[in-house]
Design a protein around this ligand. Structure first.
Ligand code: KIV
Ligand code: ZN
Length: 511
């Protein structure tokens, strides 16, 4: 007989992670992954250590079946799950993909029963038992979801869960389908259900009121053995519980082990953001650009002395694959600026340092973001140390684009004093331009960030492009450029970033 272990000692507890980025996550309005992207994401999720990957809804289309089947055949460490309505044809579509687990669901709340499947409570109980028995006749793992559990009559929810348990469900999912629960209620619901069923419980929370992560953690604290999450909190409407946040709360605050290799969290988040086209807000917890960034003088000063002063301490940037950054802006302090300059062997005197800080505050006070390249230029102008060394000097630049033309860019530049030309194509003119410059570059770098802001309104607006690149050693360099032609400004920003990388390397070699 399957047994749930009630444990109050979190240190001994382990929770399994069920990732539904490729199913509920892909239901985010406007998002659609290609098969190649889905396979790549599945591979990264498996390396991250998630226990289950919900790869899709095979009955929805032939191409979805093809993708789920492909993921199931990669041979990943994670178990692969397919979603199925409570009908045999859907289950067969999952089985046809060779998944490890079938996830069957049925609406249980009155509003969903009446308006979607038009079934009575008795019919729902009968369908539940039959479909789970059908799945278990064919495959060892069956998850059952009582859809809209949190708006379901409490006694009826118990009855459905008991029917699922008796029929052989290996785990029962309790979805807060429209995100209307609060942590206290979730804790009570899970505690109550656990006293009626033998099989473990799983939780799936939506974020309509911003409580998905809190509700997920409450469910786990009440004894749920598994949580459903998505990368970057993607999902229907306001999304699902965010994987990185839920995992880090359990690991760092609650002391519950998830088995996740947390240092992969930021890279996975960035990959999914790129493939989904959903950018990560800088203030997103755990993975956002600002999660470990410090600008204000008091904070930066404290963090330079001891990082735990103004960071959680129980969660460090290294733990999640992030980097601590001191940023420049109108709140910047002398300590941070001195540290940033000393890292590249620029040593201003006290009066010079004051002048540099004043200039940074003045420029950023006008709303302009200050990059590393800007900082060194300011420091050079104050200390008179500009060495003028630029490894790449742009001479000629041309881009061809149109509705029936593959965007192509050609660049001619002096690279270390030698004339070089290079052409490349891209998905658009900016991509082509950056590819051409990177092709010509003596350094191997990866584009980490690309941002365009319009400085004024209208189609003749000045565009301000900010770029960050990362070298093979993991150091990042950011630079910017402005102009009324954003393709040219992008090319110049990339060249500025590469020149900055060169300069810092030279400065480190000859301090
Ligand atoms: O939100 C929901 O209820 C779902 C089910 C399919 C589990 O996504
Ligand atoms: Zn959902």
């Amino acid at each position: 007989m399957r047994r749930i272990v009630f444990s109050v000692d979190n240190k001994k507890r382990k929770v399994t992670i069920f990732d539904t980025t490729l199913r509920d996550g892909e239901q985010t309005p406007g998002v659609s992954f290609t098969k190649v992207q889905k396979c790549a994401i599945a591979g990264e999720l498996s390396s991250l250590g998630v226990h289950f990957i919900e790869a899709g809804f095979p009955a929805s289309s032939e191409s979805e079946r093809d993708t789920v089947r492909e993921i199931a055949h990669i041979g990943l460490n994670s178990k692969i799950c397919g979603l199925s309505r409570s009908v045999q044809a859907d289950v067969d579509a999952c089985l046809d993909c060779d998944v490890d687990m079938v996830h069957v669901f049925i609406p249980t709340s009155e509003v969903q029963r009446m308006h979607t499947i038009r079934k009575s409570p008795e019919e729902v109980i009968e369908i539940t038992g039959n479909i789970i028995r059908y799945v278990r006749d064919h495959i060892g793992l069956c998850m059952f979801s009582a859809m809209d559990a949190t708006r379901t009559d409490p006694q009826f929810l118990i009855d459905v869960c008991k029917a699922a348990d008796d029929a052989g469900a290996t785990i029962i999912n309790v979805p807060d389908t429209v995100g209307i629960y609060t942590p206290n209620r979730m804790h009570k619901l899970i505690t109550g259900l656990l006293s009626h069923v033998q099989c473990p419980l799983d939780v799936h929370c939506h974020n309509d009121f911003g409580l998905a992560v809190a509700n997920t953690v409450a469910a786990v604290n009440a004894g749920a053995s598994q949580m459903q999450v998505t990368v970057n909190g993607m999902g229907e409407r306001a999304g699902n519980a965010d994987l990185a946040q839920s995992v880090m709360i359990l690991e760092s605050i609650e002391g519950i082990s998830t088995g996740i290799k947390t240092e992969h969290l930021v890279p996975v988040s960035k990959l999914v953001s790129r493939y989904s086209g959903l950018s990560i807000p800088p203030i997103q917890p755990v993975v956002g650009d600002n999660a470990f960034s410090h600008e204000s003088g008091i904070h930066s000063h404290g963090v330079i002395a001891c990082s735990a002063t103004f960071e959680p301490g129980i969660m460090t940037p290294e733990m999640v694959g992030h980097k601590r950054r001191l940023t420049l802006g109108k709140h910047v302090g002398r300590h941070a600026v001195r540290q940033m300059l000393e890292e590249v062997h620029i040593h201003p005197g006290d009066v010079e340092l004051d002048q540099i800080v004043d200039k940074i505050k003045f420029i950023s006070g006008k709303g302009k973001r200050i990059t590393d390249a800007d900082l060194y230029e300011i420091a050079d102008s104050v200390t008179g140390t500009a060495n003028g060394s630029r490894t790449i000097i742009l001479e000629d630049f041309a881009v061809m684009t149109g509705n029936h033309v593959l965007p192509t860019a050609s660049v001619r530049a002096l690279v270390n004093g030698k004339k070089e030309t290079y052409s490349s194509t891209g998905t658009g003119p900016v991509d082509a331009a950056l590819n051409a410059i990177l092709g010509m570059s003596p350094f191997r770098v990866q584009l980490k960030e690309f941002r365009v802001e319009a400085i004024s309104g209208g189609s003749d607006a000045i565009g301000h492009v900010t770029i960050a690149v990362e070298d093979e050693g993991g150091s990042t360099f950011d630079a910017s450029a402005s102009g009324d032609d954003i393709v040219l400004a992008s090319a110049e920003a990339m060249i500025n970033a590469l020149n900055l990388l060169y300069r810092i390397r030279e400065q480190k070699k000859n301090p």
